[in-house]
Design a protein around this ligand. Structure first.
Ligand SMILES: NC(=O)c1ccc[n+]([C@@H]2O[C@H](COP(=O)([O-])OP(=O)(O)OC[C@H]3O[C@@H](n4cnc5c(N)ncnc54)[C@H](OP(=O)(O)O)[C@@H]3O)[C@@H](O)[C@H]2O)c1
Length: 215
């Protein structure tokens, strides 16, 4: 039971075939003006949340750079606590608030390494991060608006747990095909009841369309 829940906005750039990236290959889908829009959104959020694979594959900074504004807290879901010290997130953790969420699977060695870094570590869940518990913990810490920036596996987990309040996707003019590509939602929808969101806003921006769906 979630009694304190932040508002969760899923934000992603997708291709015409609904992909968000390619395995082991950094793929840039967004235009400069879309990056500006996303950075504005970041500056109005309390936290940006991403999965471990996104960090390993893209090595992002997850900061506000294309507009003026505050950096939200960066939250990384990493059940084993294996995020590399050489990642941009760890290298900038002294200056930008960062929380690593691990599970009981994280070894003592990994936990002690992380605990010696200038960031917060929260152990939440047995074999994977327990999302319902996590959002409640974050809410109690004063995090009321989360920008969920993927990747596909984490997006699907949030969807499965009914934790997404809004979806903002930029439809970009690219096709990645099926081999080695990552879907916006990586997972299997069971049963016949499909998740349904209401289209609230459409913005055309040159070659892209920004679609805003709410529950
Ligand atoms: N176009 C875009 O807007 C956009 C945005 C972001 C990412 N991407 C792309 O997405 C790709 C990565 O996506 P991905 O699906 O491979 O991985 P991901 O969603 O980034 O990370 C998934 C990993 O997070 C960890 N995790 C911990 N707790 C979890 C939970 N409760 N639910 C789900 N995951 C949990 C798991 O690893 P552990 O078990 O090891 O903890 C899991 O394998 C990259 O190619 C990246 O470029 C694109």
């Amino acid at each position: 039971m979630v009694n304190c829940k932040p508002f969760v906005v899923l934000s992603a750039a997708i291709t015409l075939d609904g992909k968000i990236g390619q395995r082991n290959k950094k793929t840039i889908l967004s235009s400069k003006s879309d990056k500006i829009r996303v950075h504005k959104l970041r500056s109005k959020s309390d936290a940006i949340l991403v999965g471990k694979n996104t960090i390993e594959e893209d090595d992002p900074l997850l900061t506000v750079r294309h507009v003026k504004g505050k950096n939200p807290t960066r939250i990384i879901l990493d059940s084993h606590g294996t995020i590399k010290n050489s990642s941009q997130i760890i290298k900038t953790a002294k200056k930008i608030p960062t929380i690593i969420i691990t599970s009981e699977l994280a070894s003592k060695k990994n936990l002690s390494r992380l605990n010696n870094l200038p960031l917060d570590v929260i152990v939440c869940g047995k074999k994977q991060v327990n999302l319902k518990k996590l959002v409640s913990i974050l809410c109690k810490k004063g995090i009321n608006k989360i920008l969920l920036e993927g990747g596909g596996t984490l997006n699907f987990s949030f969807l499965k747990n009914n934790l997404i309040d809004e979806i903002i996707v930029t439809l970009t003019p690219f096709v990645l095909g099926s081999e080695n590509s990552v879907n916006l939602f990586e997972g299997t929808v069971k049963g016949t009841k499909l998740s349904s969101f209401k289209l609230k806003k459409v913005q055309k921006n040159k070659n892209e369309i920004v679609l805003n769906y709410k529950i």
